[in-house]
Design a protein around this ligand. Structure first.
Ligand SMILES: [Fe+2]
Length: 348
């Protein structure tokens, strides 16, 4: 069968590749999304007292290239099924208190804390909070699936001996590939897996907002490139307009506002948002976020896979600029060092 299919192809390799790439680009543009609302998320029960629904990703009918995003709702007293998977994930605690077991390490979490599930780390979550709990996850599964390296096991032992990829040797000469990769896997499972929201202060930044890392190499996270940042927009203020490659996801933690999205820096579309919405920057689009409340700050938690994907693209596309922050737009940014920010207090 295979040989007869080959004989029927009369085009050269050039034409085959060209047509395939053009068809992909045209098809993929149909998947663009700027805003996903909670009402777009179809929740389904995945374990007793536990439901899950995807904001974005293949399982939501909204496929992505790098990251997907899901909401997990846990009723009081419930525990999730334990999983292992080849990709990693970050979680943001939207509401409630609870615990996670991640490759033998147990952490307690509260609202606005962050978690990192390393590659192949057995993990499960639970809550005894009478109000239940909600976790938002962003995973690197789509890029692993693209590469044919997305594997998962469910209903695994919940608290195995600590250590990702346990079949890898732990003591080898780090200069050869097996040793280098074993050392990297060991480093991944020894990285930060939990950030208490109060561990790190919000700091003013040149784009006109206050922000803090919740998951990042600079605070000890060892991820596929996934990072998480809390961004706070002052009352009636905004972030400087810029553009960069997708996919960046921004979950609205509190407040209301609108965002500009455009192929050009002007003339694009504006989308209003409120708590629980997910903003999606999924391609090289100009964007800017505005807090429409004149009295209260707004908060967005931003998650993306750029620390590895963007640097790879940068290496491959140099000298093309992949992050555009025009000086005139940066000059318009509010002075985020203003002294009258309200106290940075998370929900109880
Ligand atoms: Fe951005």
């Amino acid at each position: 069968m295979a040989s007869s299919r080959v004989r029927t192809e009369t085009r050269s390799h050039y034409e085959v590749q060209r047509d395939r790439r053009q068809a992909f680009a045209e098809d993929w543009r149909q998947h663009r999304q700027a805003l996903i609302r909670p009402s777009d998320v179809a929740m389904s029960i995945v374990a007793p007292g536990v439901s899950k629904g995807y904001y974005i990703g293949t399982d939501a009918g909204r496929p992505t290239r790098l990251v997907d995003c899901a909401l997990h709702r846990l009723d009081a007293g419930s525990t999730t099924v334990a999983y292992r998977h080849s990709w990693d994930a970050v979680l943001f605690v939207v509401s409630g208190t609870g615990w996670s077991e991640i490759d033998g390490r147990r952490v307690e979490w509260r609202p606005w804390d962050a978690l990192h599930i390393p590659h192949w780390a057995a993990h499960r979550h639970g809550t005894d909070d009478p109000r239940g709990a909600e976790l938002l996850s962003v995973s690197s599964e789509p890029v692993f699936e693209t590469l044919g390296a997305a594997w998962m096991l469910d209903a695994v032992e919940p608290s195995p001996t600590a250590g990702a990829w346990p079949e890898l040797p732990t003591e080898r000469d780090g200069r050869d590939r097996p040793g280098r990769l074993a050392a990297a896997a060991q480093a991944a499972c020894g990285g930060r897996i939990h950030t208490d929201y109060e561990d790190i202060p919000l700091r003013p930044n040149p784009k006109g907002t206050r922000s803090k890392f919740l998951v990042d190499p600079s605070i000890g996270s060892v991820t596929s490139g996934l990072t998480m940042v809390m961004v706070q927009l002052g009352p009636g203020l905004f972030q400087a307009k810029h553009r960069h490659p997708g996919e960046a996801l921004l979950y609205v933690v509190e407040g209301r506002g609108h965002s500009y999205f455009g192929e050009d820096a002007t003339g694009g579309e504006e989308r209003s948002w409120e708590r629980g919405d997910l903003l999606v920057v999924d391609h090289f689009v100009w964007h800017q976020h505005f807090n429409d409340d004149p009295k209260r700050p707004a908060r967005l938690v931003r998650m993306h896979l750029m620390e590895t994907m963007l640097t790879t693209m940068q290496a491959l596309l140099d000298p093309l600029p992949l992050l555009e922050e025009p000086p005139e737009e940066m000059a318009k940014a509010p002075d985020a060092s203003m002294p009258d920010w309200p106290d940075d207090v998370r929900p109880s």
